[in-house]
Design a protein around this ligand. Structure first.
Ligand code: NDP
Length: 477
């Protein structure tokens, strides 16, 4: 099997390889991917540092052309790349292709942004002096990504980093190197100069840590767990560098008595269980007022009975497997914790056998949960959700906000008054009315509050806040 190598200073290097395993069929090896060392990471950082002066001054048409070409190739290969994604991560093929299209759209968006770079001119308070305010690339940006969106998250970090003139050292999650390798290969062939984008696949504790420890990395953007996010923050403060964190969620989805039951059930099922519940925007707390509670639980249970859990690549599969054995253990441990805490397992939670060996888990729905239980407070990151019964809207809002996280928040209601109040008062970066908590557009800001996020928003034009630094220049006329 050919080894997919790391890209350092424009050269493909590395021979020590790791197998990428398909979670739908653990006998299927998706490919072999080089494992970088800490020295490889240092070489990649040095290459990115050397490439920065020229790239930061490169013409906007050059950046536009490379990003545009990348978008076009991703779109042209969406079926193949979507299949690779589903094979390595376990999302359904439809979800894999959808995420790939989104990655293409992101590159397309930032290809456009490269042509829209602008500054401001402002008169000085002193006569005959002009002031220009411009944005410049920050320098070497370290990009550390998780396994749950193997192509979209790398795309939404790499595209703006390059667009605004930064050079990049990119470390994808070791579990899903395939899509990351593919987009780096596409960008490399699209004409990026040597050293502008470097790929170092490998362990977070080795490669990621080497990036955190380097004084030559001027900014780090990270998506993943709260624990690793805190390490990124501490190391970045130590080095006085910019950092941006997207971490977990415990996103609430409120269902009010006046909700359209079909809309509520569809949005809740999608929020909690699609993509195997492995989305930071997934909802795992379904907060339901007492007038609709029993009808909602009955309808949700019926909906769950119709959900097919199977091989991600198989036609008719609604939910693929859990990403790997350790995440499966985390999910089933939490199901046990929920039972011990006194919640009632109303549906699912069993391990499932399918044609091929894989990490198949039936979606689990708890009822009679309280917001104080661990299953309501800690991120599970699997197809496990709890129904929390509340008296009325006021209690629902209070419970929704009673969490250390604040990424996404949803409500099902036909009341304009409650929808408006919820949009204003939900303590979250994103609010959804009669829509799933997950599923966001690529051209608008993405991010949260409280323990979910730190630093400027990602995506859309707001991405420039993180990937640029502002310069104020004064000139005597
Ligand atoms: P991690 O935070 O460990 O992984 C995220 C990224 O950080 C990976 O690329 C990882 O590398 C890297 N990393 C790990 N350790 C270090 C380090 N010391 N220095 C620098 N980088 C490092 O999350 P996991 O993948 O282990 O998932 C654990 C839990 O995190 C999940 O169960 C879920 O609760 C949460 N999570 C949340 C996500 C979100 O989008 N909010 C996404 C993914 C996970 P590598 O994996 O290659 O070792």
């Amino acid at each position: 099997m050919t080894i997919h190598q790391n890209l350092i200073a424009g050269e493909w290097v590395g021979s020590d390889a790791v197998k990428n395993i398909n979670p739908s069929n653990t006998n299927d090896v998706v490919g072999e991917y080089a494992r970088a060392s800490a020295d490889d990471a240092k070489n990649a950082i040095a290459a990115a540092k050397a490439a920065f002066p020229a790239w930061s001054r490169s013409g906007i048409l050059e950046r536009h052309a490379i990003l545009r070409k990348t978008a076009d190739e991703i779109m042209a290969r969406k079926d193949e790349l979507g299949r690779l994604l589903s094979r390595e991560e376990g999302k359904t093929l439809a979800e894999g292709i959808g995420e790939t299209v989104r990655a293409g759209q992101i590159f397309d968006f930032f290809a456009g942004e490269a042509l829209r770079l602008a500054g401001e001119t402002i008169p000085s308070v002193r006569p005959n002096i002009g002031i220009e305010i411009t944005r410049e690339g920050v320098g070497v940006v370290g990009i550390i990504t998780p396994w749950n969106f193997p192509i979209a998250i790398p795309a939404w970090k790499i595209a703006p980093a390059l667009c605004y003139g930064n050079t990049v050292v990119f470390k994808p999650a070791e579990l899903v190197p395939g899509c990351s390798w593919a987009i780096v290969d596409i960008l490399h062939r699209a004409g990026l100069p040597k050293g502008v984008l470097n790929l170092v696949m490998g362990k977070g504790s080795v490669v990621g840590q080497a990036m955190l420890d380097s004084p030559d990395v001027q900014a780090i953007t990270f998506t993943g767990s709260t624990g690793t996010g805190k390490r990124v923050a501490a190391a970045s403060i130590e080095h006085n560098r910019k950092f941006q964190l997207e971490m977990g969620g415990k996103n609430p989805f409120v269902v009010l008595d006046d909700a359209d039951l079909t809309v509520a059930v569809e949005a809740a099922a999608n929020s909690a269980f699609f993509s195997t519940g492995q989305r930071c925007t997934a909802s795992s707390r379904l907060i339901v007022t007492e007038g609709i509670h029993d009808r909602f639980v009955a309808a949700m249970t019926e909906r769950l009975k119709g959900i097919v859990v199977d091989d991600a690549l198989k036609a008719g599969t609604h939910i693929g497997p859990v990403v790997d054995e350790s995440q499966l253990k985390q999910d089933t441990d939490y199901i046990e914790i929920g039972k011990q805490e006194g919640a009632r397992l109303a549906f699912g939670g069993d391990l499932l056998k399918r044609d091929n060996p894989g990490f198949y888990l039936q979606p689990a729905l708890f009822t009679e949960a309280t917001n104080q239980m661990r299953i309501s407070r800690e991120e599970i990151f699997g197809p496990v959700a709890s129904v929390i019964r509340v008296k009325d809207y006021d209690e629902a809002l209070a419970v929704a906000n009673d969490t250390s996280f604040g990424l996404s928040s949803g409500i099902a209601t036909t009341s304009l008054k409650h929808a408006t109040h919820f949009k204003r008062n939900a303590e979250a970066g994103m609010v959804m009315v009669n829509l799933p908590t997950a599923g966001v557009d690529f051209h608008v800001p993405f991010g949260g509050r409280k323990g979910s996020s730190y630093g400027p928003r990602e995506q859309g034009k707001y991405a420039s806040e993180f990937y640029t630094t502002v310069k104020t220049a004064y000139t005597l006329a």
